[in-house]
Design a protein around this ligand. Structure first.
Ligand code: AMP
Ligand code: ZN
Length: 137
């Protein structure tokens, strides 16, 4: 993808604060961090979102998240940790190259990442469960 900024960051064509790199991924600091240490895991290959991401990468990306969480915890001594991944505009995705957010959380940091609008379901949970379960492979 010629005009994808995350392709360029992931492959070192644009400078970044790189925390980790292997043959498939680069982990960089987010340029507008939600909290101190907010990082992004970027695959070096272009996949727009989780639907495009091959299973092989999906497994690897969580290994990177797991390892980074331990290193970041040692480095920053935070109180909590969000792993967040947005797909599609409706979900808040703004850069359409798959990425996983690693967000250290500090007591009273007011990062505003709480799940908004949780309420009792206005639809039948059993029906929804049936519809989804029918498609699970
Ligand atoms: P999302 O809303 O999940 O698509 O997240 C995109 C993230 O990319 C945001 O948190 C941005 O702050 C971050 N971002 C955008 N441009 C850059 C950049 N050049 N370097 C680092 N992070 C970036
Ligand atoms: Zn890209």
């Amino acid at each position: 993808m010629d005009n994808c900024i995350f392709c360029k960051l992931a492959n070192g064509e644009f400078p970044s604060h790189t925390l980790y790199e292997d043959e498939d991924f680069r982990v960089i600091l987010d340029i507008e961090p939600a909290t101190k240490g907010h990082a992004l895991i970027l695959p070096k290959k272009h996949y727009a979102n989780i639907f495009e991401l091959p299973c092989e990468y999906a497994q690897k990306v969580f290994n990177v998240a797991k390892n980074m969480s331990a290193s970041m915890k040692e480095a920053l001594d935070f109180d909590g940790f969000n792993v967040l991944q947005n797909n599609g505009e409706a979900a808040g995705q703004t850069v359409f190259h798959f990425h996983m957010h690693l967000i250290p959380r500090y007591k009273d940091d007011n990062a505003g990442l709480e799940m908004p609008g949780k309420k009792a379901a206005e639809y039948d949970l059993t029906e929804v469960a049936d519809v989804i379960r029918a498609k699970v492979k």
